[in-house]
Design a binder for this molecule. Sequence first.
Ligand code: PBG
Length: 324
Amino acid sequence: MSFPDVRMRRLRRTESLRAMVRETVLGPERLILPLFVTEGEGVRQEIASMPGCARLSIDHLIAECREAADLGLGGVILFGIPETKDAEGTEGYRKDGIIPRALTAVKEAVPDLTLWADVCLCEYTDHGHCGILEDGVVKNDETLELLAQAAVVYAGAGADVVAPSDMMDGRVLAIRDALDEDGFEDTVIVSYAAKYCSGFYGPFRDAADSAPQSGDRRGYQMDPANALEALREVELDIEEGADVVMVKPAMPYLDVIRLVKEEFGMPTAAYQVSGEYSMLHAAARNGWLDLERVMHESVLSIRRAGADVILTYFAKELARKADR
Ligand code: PBG
């Protein structure tokens, strides 16, 4: 059968018909909101390169998390901006560092919200690299211990999910072992398994003040040219005990999301990163794009590619839109 018996437009005639056959829907439970936590009280520092995002002190963070819970979001992921940085990134794994304090406070105030903690050292090191630096090279095995320590501290403080984003080899295993040893066998690990060395992280590094002071991250993050290598990364992380695997960034790597989902059938996350967010805002500010439409369309594309969970700075706006 074909035209004129078949008319694809029949099912597009009304919103009710379109909704009936819609293949992909974006529920708020699929969305995770990234938030930046800073020291102080009553602090809300807008991030110039990320319109609508701010560095929040814990009191403001709690209010934001309440809103996230009321909107039915799947969770929030916290990034810390410490007052001091050092070569070993000590503030990242100290028991009374900014993230553990934030986790404990939010867990108490908003107990039903799922709390994710990003696990990495780059926000806490003065050199801005994701691990211990020796002669300009990030030392893999030495870094693992510190990441594992951070994960245990975050789990103890109230994190439901720890999400290592450092791209060291073996870190999922190191974190799983350390968590289990301390009785946190139910803490979920979402591994940033295929994290590319991307120019789209620019605004985040501005927000977290985490740009490498020398060199770049090409020695540990993935080459944007590679897709098969992503499958190896994901496979290794699954073997090491990852509960969810992530691809990051999202929109420039939709093919990788699809490959990962089809190959492993694992719960799969994707991170619509700061640059993806900021460029849509920038174009909208110029009157070149309709922000409401493109934020929805961009996140839909990520979901359609195969992501079950999406980390996005648009999470609240999208959830509000779903309400309407
Ligand atoms: C830390 C980390 C980064 C992002 C998330 N975790 C930055 C980086 O690798 O430089 C980027 C998030 C974003 O751009 O929104 N390792």
